[in-house]
Ligand binder design. Structure first.
Ligand code: SF4
Length: 443
């Protein structure tokens, strides 16, 4: 470590603040996770690597990232967090902006990392904590001329000017909602105001990025299973923030009680829930699905035994089988086993060479064992495409409980008022933007 970390004090701080940062998954496709693994690139022969995480950055591929907190001092008491103020046994430390910038630049000079993710506790004063992160990024950009990836966390309640400044410096920013509604956030993070501290900041970030900013996108994260939220609650809010706050994507982190963190809810299913939420999220972002297309059980959770796309196909026999040679691309995307890339290839290939069987379909990347029951080739289904015992078993499973779509709760009100489906379930708030106040509807 000689040459990079000069004092045990700095090394100790880096150990503490890099370890605490691992719970945030909002970093592109960072492989750190909440499942017990740290996700770090730890090469035992090179101890420095214990602070580095692999991440997939759009346009830059898989690179090493220093993932670190500016400080772990925090006045808040979020029940799911190891840094809560009431946890008095942890050592509280902070990096001054120049300190963190200089350590990081040494990592860059050694070609150990290509980017940095900076998050932080809120300290005793939110703006002061936010300012330190922004200042670190500023030193990296202006003093060290660093052109690589910077991701800054926006703290709940941070002021508009600091958020705007962050969007001039960072490639990506993120604001973690953690819970899908005011009620749920209140049970796990009573010091944060869902609408004014988070949703409003998210809207500001979205508006700033839509104009002109260095930041290309902003993201968010939900802790799954820390309160009694359902998948329905989470995905309804996700659908809303994608449309209204231009959030690029949401991350889901299964809540796992760590180090005596209190949780009063059943969290046995959180890893499977996390998986199903990611699958549904892909449908919303890349497959043309809307929230009201998703299928939930009577408790408001996604099916456990089938993936959300198969659940959709099973609950909509009226639109299947879909004709591979004539359906539009957006219809092909509704078929289990056909993704955006294979749908594009199908449309391109069939112009000259229509498909006749599953083998030909397999060649363009479709997963035919999933697709077989839901497709036909110019009006003909292959023999083996008839639902087999697995499909029958799934169908029985689906039929044995009461299911509903995201559409149903809003349907009545829509008919009564003629208003938009989703907004009917939202409440109005004053949104103080740059041009005076206006009303927004928030979950
Ligand atoms: S504000 Fe952030 S750092 Fe502080 S307790 Fe809550 S989640 Fe943890």
């Amino acid at each position: 470590m000689v040459g990079i970390i000069k004092t045990p004090d700095i090394e100790n701080k880096l150990d503490i603040l890099a370890a605490s940062a691992r719970y945030d998954v909002c970093l592109a496709s960072c492989s750190s996770n909440s499942h017990g693994g740290s996700g770090r690139i730890h090469d035992p022969k090179n101890p420095i690597t214990r602070w580095i995480y692999p991440a997939h950055i759009p346009g830059r591929g898989k690179v090493g990232i220093l993932k670190v907190l500016q400080t772990n001092v925090c006045k808040n008491n979020c029940s799911y967090c190891t840094l809560s103020a009431h946890r008095d046994r942890i050592k509280r430390v902070s990096f001054a902006p120049h300190e963190l910038a200089e350590i990081f630049i040494k990592f860059v000079q050694r070609r150990l990392v290509h980017g940095i993710f900076i998050s932080s506790g809120v300290g005793f004063n939110i703006d002061s904590a936010m300012e330190k992160m922004v200042r670190t990024a500023e030193i990296l950009r202006n003093k060290h001329n660093f052109k690589g990836y910077i991701h800054l966390k926006i703290l709940p309640g941070a002021s508009f000017n600091l958020i705007e400044h962050a969007t001039h410096l960072a490639d990506r920013i993120s604001i973690n909602l953690e819970a899908p509604t005011r009620k749920h956030l209140n049970t796990i993070a009573p010091d944060k105001n869902f609408v004014t501290d988070l949703i409003m900041r998210m809207k500001w970030a979205g508006d700033l990025i839509q104009k002109k900013s260095y930041t290309k996108s902003h993201t968010t994260q939900f802790v799954v299973g820390a309160s009694d939220e359902t998948d329905f609650d989470i995905l309804k809010t996700v659908d809303w923030i994608y449309r209204e706050a231009y959030v690029f994507r949401a991350y889901y982190s299964a809540f796992q009680p760590v180090e005596n963190v209190y949780c009063s809810f059943d969290n046995n299913n959180t890893l499977l829930r996390e998986h199903r939420l990611y699958q549904s999220d892909f449908l919303l972002r890349g497959y043309g699905f809307r929230f009201h297309d998703l299928i939930f059980d009577k408790n408001g959770d996604l099916p456990k035994n089938v993936d959300p796309k198969t659940a959709y196909a099973m609950m909509h026999p009226e639109i299947f089988p879909i004709d591979i040679n004539h359906a539009e691309e957006k219809e092909l995307l509704k078929v289990p086993g056909i993704g955006p890339l294979s749908a594009q290839r199908i449309v391109k290939t069939r112009r000259k060479n229509p498909f006749h069987n599953l083998n030909e379909l397999k060649r363009v990347g479709a997963i035919v064992k999933w697709a077989a029951s839901y497709i036909e080739f110019s009006g003909k289904q292959e023999k083996q495409t008839k639902p087999g015992y697995i499909q029958q078993w799934l169908f029985d499973e689906m039929s044995s409980v009461q299911w509903r779509t995201g559409f149903e709760p809003y349907q009545k009100e829509k008919i009564a008022s003629g208003m938009s489906l989703i907004d009917n379930n939202l409440e109005p708030y004053e949104y103080p933007g740059q041009k005076g106040k206006r009303l927004i509807f928030a979950p």
